[in-house]
Design a protein. Structure first.
Length: 316
């Protein structure tokens, strides 16, 4: 604000009324502070300007239509959400992160100056998956320890199921939006070192050139798409959870010790297709058999009706 006043004094020749100003006391400010304490503030962390109506409809639905909530647009991609119930506010904060149109909607409680300070939104929440862990490392204690590489670990989940890639740990962490997304970390135990890969759930748009969320490759200052002079891509879609692109890091695959039968004519997928094909053929055959039986019944019924007609004519 001081810089703004300096700019005003430099640009304008103020009159006595303009320069003398108006003084406020603490009571005047307390009223506004009380209203703001019942509010949450949100900034869309992206270069695309988000439509206010779209944001209002999005948060109303995602937050379960909080009673008497009022949304106010404060500027480009900056919003205030007034609540009548403090429990609704706590529920919204505990439900972070939120993503709208592939851009992070960073929700924060009110602090003085939040509407004028970009730095107030520099830290945000995100869910990150930890992959490539040995099975005996799938514990909450180890997950929290690895999560120490982030600003803060707020929650941890160990999914019960697994997949063909193995099992993983999920962490809800606080990260610095002004820094590149972490791709993973080296974890050491004794003489063993393992690369633990990070994948981000519902990951907002981020730059594949520098790894920072909120802008694209086209507007990135690192036009080469690499860092530290490397010729290889440093960031990419493999950092997204359930991404189609595979990680460029090669892992040791655990293959079966038993060789396949060289006489086996088809693989498992073909066997499945063959089984399904045979099933369909049998279904068609059963259908044809049913149709044949129905046709025979119709013929028999018609013959019976003809016999009845002939018998009636003979009696006449």
């Amino acid at each position: 604000m001081a810089d703004e006043l300096v700019d005003v004094f430099d640009r304008f020749d103020l009159s006595n009324k303009e320069s003398s100003g108006i003084s406020l006391d603490g009571v005047d400010e307390d009223i506004g502070n009380e209203e703001c304490r019942k509010s949450l503030f949100g900034r869309v962390m992206g270069e695309r300007i988000t439509n206010f109506t779209g944001v209002k409809n999005f948060v109303s639905k995602v937050w379960g239509y909080p009673k008497n909530m009022v949304a106010v647009e404060l500027g480009a991609n900056l919003f205030q959400f007034n609540f009548s119930d403090g429990m609704d506010m706590e529920r919204v904060l505990s439900g972070r992160p939120y993503t709208i149109d592939n851009q992070l909607l960073n929700i924060k409680p009110w602090v003085e100056g939040i509407d004028r300070q970009w730095e107030a939104f520099q830290k945000a929440h995100i869910w990150v998956q930890l992959w490539n862990l040995p099975v005996h490392w799938i514990t909450k204690e180890i997950g929290v320890k690895i999560g120490g590489i982030f600003e803060e670990v707020e929650d941890i989940i160990i999914p019960m199921g697994g997949s063909k890639e193995g099992r993983h740990i999920k962490l809800k962490v606080v990260f610095n939006t002004g820094q590149p997304l972490l791709r993973g970390t080296v974890v050491k135990l004794g003489g063993q070192s393992i690369w633990v890969e990070f994948r981000y759930e519902k990951c907002p748009d981020f730059c594949y050139g520098c790894g920072v969320i909120g802008h694209s490759d086209k507007s990135c200052r690192h036009k080469s798409g690499t860092i530290r002079g490397s010729s290889k891509p440093q960031f990419g879609p493999w950092m997204r959870a359930q991404a189609k692109g595979a990680s460029p890091i090669k892992r040791t695959e655990h293959r079966s010790e038993f060789p396949k039968d060289p006489k086996e004519p088809i693989n498992a997928v073909a066997q499945k297709l063959l089984f399904e094909g045979e099933y369909l053929v049998n279904q068609v055959r059963d259908l044809d058999s049913s149709r044949t039986a129905i046709d025979r019944l119709k013929i028999a019924r018609n013959e019976r009706e003809d016999d009845l007609v002939l018998s009636g004519n003979e009696r006449d």
